[in-house]
Design a protein around this ligand. Structure first.
Ligand code: IPE
Ligand code: IPE
Ligand code: MG
Length: 237
């Protein structure tokens, strides 16, 4: 059997928690609880598969529109997860980083994020990028702002600007996304990692995030293996 190629950077839009709970006559928050368990399981699995970078969409800049009860529940869930769920990822020697705006998040959440990043900053076995209060357009606009400041301050010249240096001004200097997975049957990007997704292979599944498991992850990787990545070129026969 031919050996499977594993994508270097996998990004996941973890969607469908609310519907999963509502299908069971439960509150949406019950789905988020289950979704957190799924993330724990999948984050462990991914690094065992030798995938080096995992980015997950945990909370978008648009998610503040939801009821306070749901937002508060999610913030508490993040706190719990940072303090407990991701111990296993830390043990695997994975570096945890965060992408997103620091505005609107409570000091408690920000402190927990800082602690996680600090504790894992020298880890070399993989990168776990958690996107909280994240918007792809914000990330690009913020990078443009920082570049302008550096030009005005004389640190760089306008002619220094190119796609790879632009990448360094994003929330984190990450490699391009190879495989983007979105659960729950929605076929959109919802303002997720726009810059990094330029040549990502897309994988959409109807499975709701709380039901996503190792087997579903394998299916996504198998699908990735069937793709012919041409990057605009022509494949030689
Ligand atoms: C994804 O599930 C989790 C977050 C956006 C935080 P949803 O809460 O969006 O679930 P649905 O899409 O309403 O089912
Ligand atoms: C995207 O899901 C954000 C996260 C998974 C955190 P949403 O449920 O917020 O996206 P839309 O509203 O369906 O586009
Ligand atoms: Mg949703």
């Amino acid at each position: 059997m031919e050996e499977l190629k594993v994508p270097n950077h996998v990004a996941i839009i973890m969607d469908g928690n609310g519907r999963w709970a509502q299908n069971r006559g439960k509150k949406r928050t019950f789905g988020h609880q289950k979704g957190a368990d799924t993330l724990k399981k999948i984050s462990e699995y991914v690094y065992d598969k030798n995938i080096k970078v995992l980015s997950v969409f945990a909370f978008s800049t648009e998610n503040w529109k939801r009821d306070k009860e749901e937002v508060d529940f999610l913030m508490n869930l993040f706190l719990k997860a940072f303090n407990k769920n991701f111990e296993s990822v830390k043990k695997k020697g994975v570096k945890v980083i965060f992408s997103g705006l620091k505005t609107k998040l409570s000091d408690k959440v920000l402190d927990a994020m800082d602690k996680m990043s600090e504790e894992t900053k020298d880890n070399k076995n993989g990168i776990f990028n958690i996107c909280i209060n994240y918007g792809g357009q914000d990330e690009i606009a913020e990078a443009a702002k920082k570049i302008c400041t550096d030009v005005v301050d004389g640190k760089i010249k306008t002619s220094d600007i190119n796609t790879s240096m632009f990448n360094k001004y994003l929330f984190n200097d990450l490699p391009p996304i190879d495989l983007l997975i979105r659960t729950s049957g929605e076929y959109r990007i919802s303002n997720f990692m726009l810059y990094q997704m330029a040549y990502a292979e897309m994988y959409f599944t109807d499975v709701l995030w709380p039901d996503f498991d190792e087997n579903e992850m394998d299916k996504a990787i198998e699908s990735f293996n069937k793709r012919d990545r041409r990057y605009g070129g022509v494949k030689k026969k």
